[in-house]
Ligand binder design. Structure first.
Ligand SMILES: [Zn+2]
Length: 349
């Protein structure tokens, strides 16, 4: 589901008491997405390419001018903007409120984006990891809203965000929710994860891991498969082959689902969430395709029998629904939520 400026994401909690204006920013490696919200309604959205600007400050100034113009057309001034939420990839240093490590912003590496945004806008800026932002957005505005929710993002890597009591859980070192680095294979032959450790989920359910699974099944089997002729082999070609009935491709998806199901079963006993969502580009077509549905079925069929009845009786495993908007929606929600919490702690004048 994509929000447009005419749609009204439903407010889900008492935390959003007023139609305050907040800006959600999703800072990616090549694109910066902006969403201006009044209450939980998306009023305006835009995106710019980082390559078009010499510095983040120039990019943020361009954004500020657009925000000012948009608010003026609603008879508001930029002074009425309450706060800004900034979602970025990387490990967040919980004390410094900066990114300790950026994954994909090589061009503007090691810049203090929060500080620069705050200087340009003269507003409080709240920083969060992009997976946390996506999880928070699903928790507050997705089709499967829940105050206890885990989002697994399946792509090149496997990321995740954990929401408890409606708030992102970052942990003591900013690494909370790094589900991709949970160990699911303890054998001597476990694959090496990109982080250097063996047996992590990401080495099996990330894009490279899925391709490796396909290569291994192809090597072990003499069955006919269109995958044998494909070079390079990609998760998309595997999904397409599965949709055409290729049994090896279907086995690859089933096997990937089984491993993800085991990881969710482990996680469920630690967190006991109401909802676990699967998002990202690597969901084999997601809810709109038979392949995606089969993938989800294999996850559930592996997870539920391994999970205590008290947990599985309420645990929903579904696909995420907010897609590319999750970053700006979650960043904006976090800005409002955190700003209002801070305001409520201030002594009254
Ligand atoms: Zn790892």
């Amino acid at each position: 589901m994509n929000f447009s400026s005419s749609e009204h994401p439903t407010q889900n909690s008492d935390q959003i008491k007023e139609a305050s204006w907040v800006l959600g920013i999703d800072l990616g490696g090549t694109t910066i997405k902006f969403g201006l919200f009044r209450g939980s309604q998306l009023i305006w959205r835009n995106h710019i390419r980082t390559d078009d600007f010499d510095s983040p400050t120039a990019a943020f100034e361009s954004c500020r001018d657009s925000v000012r113009q948009t608010m003026a057309s609603s008879s508001q001034s930029i002074d009425d903007l309450q706060a800004i939420g900034l979602a970025m990839a990387g490990v967040l240093d919980p004390t410094a409120e900066e990114l300790a490590e950026t994954a994909n912003l090589h061009r503007w590496h090691q810049l203090n984006f929060r500080q620069q945004l705050s200087t340009v806008f003269q507003k409080p800026v709240f920083l969060l990891n992009d997976a946390d932002a996506a999880a928070l957005a699903e928790s507050a505005h997705g089709l499967c809203r829940a105050n206890s929710l885990v989002l697994m993002t399946l792509g090149t890597g496997v990321g995740g965000g954990v929401i408890l009591d409606g708030r992102p859980v970052r942990g003591a070192n900013g690494c909370g929710g790094e589900i991709g680095h949970a160990t699911i294979d303890f054998s001597d032959s476990a694959r090496q994860c990109g982080c250097g450790f063996p047996g992590h989920l990401e080495a099996y359910a990330g894009a490279g891991g899925v391709v490796q699974t396909a290569q291994e099944i192809l090597a072990e089997s003499e069955r006919h498969s269109v995958l044998r002729k494909m070079n390079p082999l990609t998760p998309l070609s595997i999904a397409n082959a599965a949709a055409d009935g290729d049994t090896i491709a279907m086995d690859v998806i089933q096997h990937t689902g089984v491993l993800i199901g085991r990881a969710i079963a482990m996680l469920a006993h630690v967190i006991d969430p109401d909802v676990v969502l699967l998002g990202g580009a690597m969901t084999f077509g997601g809810p709109g395709t038979d392949t995606g549905k089969q993938f989800l079925k294999s996850i559930r069929e592996e997870c539920y029998p391994r999970t205590l009845v008290q947990i599985r009786s309420h645990l929903k495993i579904e696909f995420a629904t907010l897609g590319n908007d999750a970053g700006i929606v979650g960043a904006a929600h976090y800005a409002r939520q955190t700003h209002q919490a801070q305001q409520s702690k201030l002594p009254s004048a």
